[in-house]
Design a protein around this ligand. Structure first.
Ligand SMILES: Cc1cc2nc3c(=O)[nH]c(=O)nc-3n(C[C@H](O)[C@H](O)[C@H](O)COP(=O)(O)OP(=O)(O)OC[C@H]3O[C@@H](n4cnc5c(N)ncnc54)[C@H](O)[C@@H]3O)c2cc1C
Length: 493
């Protein structure tokens, strides 16, 4: 209902809004024609789509603030957007919003090597930071596989993780301060001082998926490059053996920088689609394991990991000969999602978390879900963190198969929560997993979180209706997301 009303208002007021946006930002910073808006119908999760009424490209905090103030006063909802690589529909319009793209705010504002800090604008690309400081011997640790495209603003909004977050922590562990434009255009600074008293607003904002404010500057921690680093690849004849090797490595007290796993289907995909890493044919699972730190201890850690793998029937193990080989292995792993395109017309990425000790059991459950549904599921994931990424392979051209893939995706999350896990490790809730929030939270807990949201986003104008299901007390427990509502509310006339 609400969206219909808002759409009608927008149809009559759109011209005035576009005029105002052009007045504030210039005519090269506003898109409003249907053909220009199509790109912004969705993020990396392409099964949900909705049309924005405009996309604007501010270049400074003052411009973001001015745009937000006007939209707020004119009752027009808006969505912050980075690179649009999100995989849960966080930047996807439900229909009728203005998208505020942060991609023109892409400056590295300040570097402080003594205090090991960098300040960036939100549109700054994740990998660009490491590339800018590597010659001084520094790097930025959170490394989502999308790091050559995604923005640090988007990483903050999703609390992004990555292969090396096992040892170094996810985005929230590296954010030291934020500048934020609030729902009404007001600008606040949070954090920036060690051990700030009061509530942990930085913790709250990080991972809030653009529903509590628009991040316009980020102070992050930068780290000194480790003195030594070794990477090993281990192959197994069963997923169970690989899974037990992962939990035993951690149980043995070894803290690898990363342990990633790919199963047989994923291996087939990467070998076909990307520069082959030479994975032996027929391997049922591969672990990519990296240790880093003070050079003296590295060799011993690798030896310890090798002996754990041997106890679990490893069939082959190799250590990267040099940085080039290591780089090739990581590139092979990091392109794994996209590589599914070589073996399936469509795929859906899921993102569950489980206790590491339950890896083998949950992967077996996922195999059962696959067999029952008839859809192949590849597994590529941050095994050391217990952060699973079942990739559900399907063909959208077959009637009903997209809905089946979505259902199978939810079933994999149910398998994770049943094992004491959760529904997202790093990709966020967005549109996709709103209803799945009920697998982890009671109605009362959801309600409390919505109370917090209403402090920062009182009218639900800032990335509306994302991240949480509608409270049951509204009598609308099952919102139609997942059943095509996003498609139906599309359009701005
Ligand atoms: C091939 C591939 C691999 C991936 N691998 C990983 C991985 O290893 N780890 C991982 O965590 N993720 C991964 N992702 C998911 C995605 O890249 C991350 O979620 C990333 O953080 C999104 O950044 P973005 O700039 O693309 O944000 P967008 O997709 O544009 O936006 C994501 C969310 O953030 C909000 N947002 C964006 N910018 C701001 C801002 N400045 N202020 C407030 N809110 C904002 C949006 O409203 C939206 O809700 C992967 C994606 C792909 C396609």
């Amino acid at each position: 209902m609400r969206w219909k009303r808002r759409r009608q208002i927008l149809m009559t007021e759109k011209a005035e809004m576009v005029k105002e946006m052009i007045r504030q930002l210039g005519d090269d910073a506003v898109l409003y024609r249907d053909e220009d808006l199509l790109t912004y119908e969705c993020d990396g999760l392409t099964v949900y789509r909705g049309m924005p009424i405009a996309v604007v490209f501010p270049s400074s905090t003052a411009e973001v603030s001015g745009v937000v103030k006007w939209l707020y006063e004119n009752d027009i909802p808006f969505i912050p957007r980075g690179a649009g690589t999100g995989l849960s529909g966080g930047a996807t319009p439900l229909g009728g919003e203005v998208i505020i793209s942060l991609v023109r705010m892409k400056k590295l504002l300040h570097l402080d090597y003594d205090n090991r800090e960098a300040v960036v604008q939100p549109g700054y690309i994740n990998l660009a930071l490491t590339n800018s400081i590597t010659n001084k011997g520094f790097y930025y640790a959170p490394d989502p596989s999308s790091q050559s495209n995604c923005t640090i603003g988007g990483n903050v909004a999703e609390n992004a993780g990555g292969a090396h977050c096992l040892k170094y922590g996810v985005t929230t562990n590296h954010v030291l301060g934020l500048e934020v434009v609030l729902h009404n255009g007001e600008v606040i600074d949070i954090g920036g001082v060690p051990d700030t008293p009061g509530y942990d607003l930085m913790g709250l904002l990080t991972g809030s998926e653009g529903t509590l404010g628009i991040v316009t500057a980020i102070t992050v921690r930068i780290l000194k490059n480790p003195e030594g680093k070794e990477t090993a690849m281990a192959y197994f004849d069963t997923v169970e053996d690989a899974s037990y090797a992962v939990s035993d490595i951690i149980a043995a007290g070894i803290v690898p920088a990363a342990i990633e796993m790919m199963d047989e289907i994923a291996i087939q995909g990467v070998e076909r689609a990307t520069k082959p890493a030479g994975h032996p044919e027929g391997s049922k699972a591969v672990l990519i394991m990296e240790v880093d730190g003070i050079a003296a201890g590295i060799e011993e850690q690798i030896k310890d990991m090798v002996s754990v793998c041997e106890r679990h029937n490893v069939t082959e193990i190799k250590v990267a000969k040099n940085d080039r080989e290591r780089g090739r292995w990581w590139a092979n792993r990091k392109t794994a999602f996209g590589a599914m395109g070589a073996i399936s017309p469509d795929y859906l990425v899921q993102d569950g978390v489980i206790p590491r000790s339950r890896l083998s059991e949950v992967l077996a459950n996922i195999a059962d879900i696959s067999a029952e549904s008839g859809l192949r599921i590849a597994n590529v994931f941050h095994a050391g963190d217990g952060n699973l990424h079942p990739l559900i392979l399907f063909d959208a051209r077959n009637e009903g198969e997209t809905d089946l893939a979505l259902k199978v995706g939810s079933q994999t999350l149910e398998a994770c929560t049943a094992a004491g896990g959760s529904i997202t490790g790093e990709h966020g809730v967005g549109i996709e997993k709103k209803e799945d929030m009920r697998l982890v939270f009671t109605e009362r807990e959801i309600d409390r979180q919505l109370n917090v949201r209403s402090v920062f986003n009182p009218n639900n104008m800032l990335n509306p209706d994302k991240q949480f299901p509608k409270p049951a007390r509204c009598g609308e427990v099952k919102q139609a997301v997942g059943s095509g509502e996003a498609h139906q509310v599309v359009g701005q006339g």
